[in-house]
Design a protein around this ligand. Sequence first.
Ligand SMILES: Cc1cc2nc3c(=O)[nH]c(=O)nc-3n(C[C@H](O)[C@H](O)[C@H](O)COP(=O)(O)OP(=O)(O)OC[C@H]3O[C@@H](n4cnc5c(N)ncnc54)[C@H](O)[C@@H]3O)c2cc1C
Length: 501
Amino acid sequence: MPRLSRRSFLAGSAAFAAARPALGQSSTGQATADVDVIIVGAGAAGIAAAHTLSAAGRSFTLVEATNRVGGRCVTETQSFGVPFDRGAHWIQNPDINPLTKLVARTGLDIYQAPSGQRVRIGQRRARESELEDYLAATVRANRAIVQAGHGRTDVDCLRALPKDLGDWRSTVEFVLGPYANARDLGEMSALDFSKSTDRAFGAFCRQGYGALLAKLADGIPVELQTPVTQVDTQTRGSRVDAVTPRGTLSCRYMIVTASTEVLASERVKFDKGLPKRHLDALAKLKLGSFDHIALELAGNPLGLQRDDVVLERSSGPRTAALLANVSGTPLSLVEVGGGFGRELSGQGEAAMVEFAVEWLAGLFGNDLKRAVQRTAATRWDAEPWALGAFASAAPGGQWARRAMMEPIRDRVYCAGEAVHETLWGTVGGAWESGARAAEAVVRRLAGLPEPQSSAAPPKPEPQAAAQQGRGAVPKPEPEPRRSRTRAKPRPERQRSRRRRH
Ligand SMILES: Cc1cc2nc3c(=O)[nH]c(=O)nc-3n(C[C@H](O)[C@H](O)[C@H](O)COP(=O)(O)OP(=O)(O)OC[C@H]3O[C@@H](n4cnc5c(N)ncnc54)[C@H](O)[C@@H]3O)c2cc1C
């Protein structure tokens, strides 16, 4: 394998260098091919790590396997002529989300997501009393899982559910499992669930969350289409080598932000393999399945408002959630996840679109079929450099997130959404994780002792409160606190909209 020279690497990134300041070039004039740090992956974690290293004046090279930045947070406009977030769309926890603090410098437009959800029962709206039943069932289910998470032995979330959720059981299982966490409740750790930070409030970026992240990558040189296929930690003493099809790069420390599924698949091989503790951790942090089926609906045939979320009282796992009229455009997203979502995505885009249209017709009538224009569906399980949506811990596997923070052979730090104990499965969590890994590396480079935070103690949690939701799922606070009710579903005409800007 040829070693990549400074000249060849700079030539490869000439387009970026011309357009952007050479952030990756060190102030000491080191070659980008032989730098303090190599960052593997230009998703949220990788971009955050680059910001941190740049601020600390450290040299780095950011390599990305695909031909774009953003990873699982990407916006495209080609399919519909309006922003389509193929991955992350909800800016979770805008008050504490590290990206919202940076919005001002992007010039993009952020607004508060409407709270609440609409619920359909067949082709009619749920009545107020039915919505109250649904809310109560969701709150009780949340409370039961959180309490199980505080028990001595971790259990799966399904086992923790109350037995008497009645007609709403299936909906509650969907909302707390596939919709919020990309996994069926039976595959999820109650402890992991209970540790997740309140995600009841969200915001949207009118130009797309992926567009926001891409803006934050402006000025950072990224070596696109440069997959790292092997990491050598033992061949050259205190240096680490990254083998890519374009040559071998060398650094003192490496930050790897590939998804847990990519790491487990050995698309990135480590000399002598990964340590057993990391292998065991990866086995506990498998990615769930979550996809958007995007439909362009002419003339608002559903009669819904901007960014309305619609659920149904379902009778089994073949269900979905709707995010209608995304940011006021004709684009609506039917969202599927968990075991059913994985099975459906395995059948291909045409089957996904067919399901979405039939599902919507079941709720709003067959007439809407005439309004369907362009369509698209994501299939994250099949994306070779993601292999899934995001990682919730398997029962008994919550420890794995912290284990993944431990450096590999003292030189390689893992970062990304799965490596965050409370904000896992979010862009904000991935960002924080990348920034923390970079902070740990900066300290090491300065000869300072390993900070505790490289094994990153989580920041104090605001509350172990609401379950995350792509749209606000109420979650009770542990006793004796009172439950929050701000996110409760409301009858259609009683909705209020609070906007941030
Ligand atoms: C459909 C969907 C909906 C979602 N909805 C939300 C939401 O509403 N709100 C929210 O906050 N989060 C959401 N998420 C989760 C969020 O997108 C992720 O948590 C976050 O984007 C992960 O960032 P990351 O940096 O950890 O990983 P990634 O984004 O996966 O970045 C890793 C990067 O590394 C690259 N890479 C991998 N292997 C290599 C290699 N060997 N060499 C070089 N490069 C490599 C990949 O190509 C990728 O670009 C959603 C995810 C999906 C899939």
